[in-house]
Design a protein around this ligand. Structure first.
Ligand SMILES: Nc1ncnc2c1ncn2[C@@H]1O[C@H](COP(=O)(O)OP(=O)(O)O)[C@@H](O)[C@H]1O
Ligand SMILES: [Mg+2]
Length: 463
């Protein structure tokens, strides 16, 4: 209906990509940006014209914008670009995530492996930890509100239109409770207390548990079990074998009594990936500024403040192994990058300090997974060998020989270093081509220098 319309002389509507009770969602182009950057425009257009309904819709729309403005700081939640009123209509513009929502992955009949399910739950709970630590409840967690980015397979949580803020902190550090009692969310994933208008963070956990069960069983959302007995019965009937640990985490997540569930995403994450199978992050302290914000905590829940309060992220090797066994090289590459970052306790890139302290057993483990599943073609071991064979010395960066190494492993073509999009994710990529030196989110450039340091660390570890 808005097709080809230009809002604010800036956002050209391309096509509708979603529509719900409160509004419609469009793909648009930001004309102010060179290269015609894509963005998403949400238009508030309540389908119910009763004055109360319109008032509620407006309030929720504003809350969505406010939440995105704060939570969009997180790298797995779309950024808010703009929120405005034009000709009496309300609009919200946010970052476009190139990919698709998970509705198709949750098709009925398709069963996920335990490793894939745990990996999915872990990734989702990590994003949700950030949301919960900002004292917000998402309230509408379901496949259509989770996106998978095409470029690297990473998950994004979207649609904060149903979000509920439990506690807000104003500039003076005072807290205000907001009291919304509107029943929203998708009924199939909705916790019983939320259906009665009393949601808490634990209500999101219930929905996450239901998604986990749906992934494992391939059931339609309507056929999901209503209690843990039914869940166990379904596992039996469908002959699905999962570890008792995952079973008990899911059982706890879908408890009918909220007090029997995990209180929030951080607690659920801890139970899903127990601390004894992970290495502690190298960096236990945060940069002074973030740390101070964490201590003062209450002044304003800014992005940096929330970040400092986040739990340490935890690596999951099981999914890496599955990707490698299936020869899903690109996914395995992205996963390895994530594991390296998680172990280092970094968000976007490894720095010299974290590389110098990188745990040897983790490097060895990642290397072994790659070499074992590629007949020795990929991994740090073949990279180190190619590095030495092209005249490089461990711990000494020399540009000319490093370029020769880049040529050898296929990271350089026609005398220039590749971008992420130039990499080859196939069985016949040059020896040592993968895992790649990680992607720098902003410009698709790869971290060549850091990979050289990592290979030195690999050598230092006696590997
Ligand atoms: N930021 C985004 N980037 C890419 N696609 C999006 C984005 N936000 C929404 N979508 C797509 O549009 C659909 C509807 O958007 P959503 O925000 O969930 O609105 P609603 O459910 O209220 O219609 C989503 O399921 C998703 O496929
Ligand atoms: Mg939605």
């Amino acid at each position: 209906m808005l097709s080809d319309q230009i809002l604010r002389q800036r956002y050209r509507i391309i096509e509708q990509i979603g529509g719900g009770g409160f509004g419609d969602t469009y793909l648009a182009i930001d004309l102010d940006f060179p290269g015609e950057r894509k963005c998403v425009v949400k238009h508030l257009s309540p389908k119910n014209f009763a004055p109360e309904a319109v008032a509620i819709a407006k309030r929720l729309f504003k809350t969505e914008a406010e939440c995105l403005s704060r939570l969009g700081e997180h790298d797995r939640i779309p950024r808010l670009y703009s929120y405005f009123e034009e000709e009496g209509q309300f609009y919200l513009v946010e970052e476009f995530i190139q990919g698709s929502n998970l509705a198709s992955e949750f098709q009925s009949g398709k069963k996920w492996s335990e490793a894939a399910t745990v990996d999915f739950l872990q990734e989702l709970l990590e994003i949700l930890t950030f949301v919960h630590q900002a004292n917000t409840i998402h309230r509408d967690i379901k496949p259509a509100n989770i996106m998978r980015r095409e470029r690297d397979g990473r998950l994004f949580l979207i649609d904060f239109g149903a979000v509920k803020e439990i506690l807000t902190v104003d500039e003076k550090g005072q807290t205000n409770s907001t009291n919304l009692t509107v029943g929203i969310g998708s009924i199939d994933y909705m916790a019983p207390e939320q259906a009665k208008g009393k949601p808490g963070k634990y209500s999101d956990i219930y929905a996450v548990g239901m998604l986990g069960i749906q992934a494992l069983t391939g059931l339609t959302s309507r056929d999901l079990p209503q209690d843990s007995d039914k869940f166990r019965q379904i596992l039996d009937e469908l002959q699905i074998n999962i570890s008792s640990q995952l079973e008990s985490v899911l059982v706890k997540m879908i408890s009918l009594q909220p007090q029997n569930r995990f209180a929030d995403a951080a607690k659920a994450l801890e139970a899903l990936i127990p601390a004894d199978i992970i290495e502690p992050p190298i960096k236990t302290s945060h940069p002074p500024k973030k740390f101070l914000i964490a201590l003062l905590g209450a002044i304003a829940i800014s992005g940096a403040g929330i970040y400092a309060l986040q739990v340490s992220k935890q690596p999951n090797y099981a999914q890496l192994e599955t990707y490698l066994q299936n020869k899903q090289w690109q996914q395995a590459d992205a996963k390895s990058d994530r594991i390296l970052l998680k172990i280092a306790g970094e968000d976007s890139a490894l720095d010299a300090e974290s590389i110098a302290n990188f745990p040897c057993n983790s490097l060895s483990k990642i290397d072994r997974l790659w070499t074992n599943n590629s007949k020795g073609r990929f991994g740090f071991t073949p990279q180190k060998q190619a590095y030495l064979e092209t005249g490089n010395q461990i711990g000494r960066f020399t540009e000319s020989t490093y370029q020769a190494f880049g040529d050898r492993v296929g990271w350089r073509t026609f005398n220039s270093w590749s971008l992420y999009g130039d990499l080859k994710f196939t069985d016949i990529a040059p020896v040592g081509h993968l895992p790649s030196p990680g992607m720098v989110a902003a410009d698709n450039d790869l971290r060549w220098r850091e990979r050289e340091m990592l290979l030195s660390r690999f050598d230092e570890c006696g590997l």
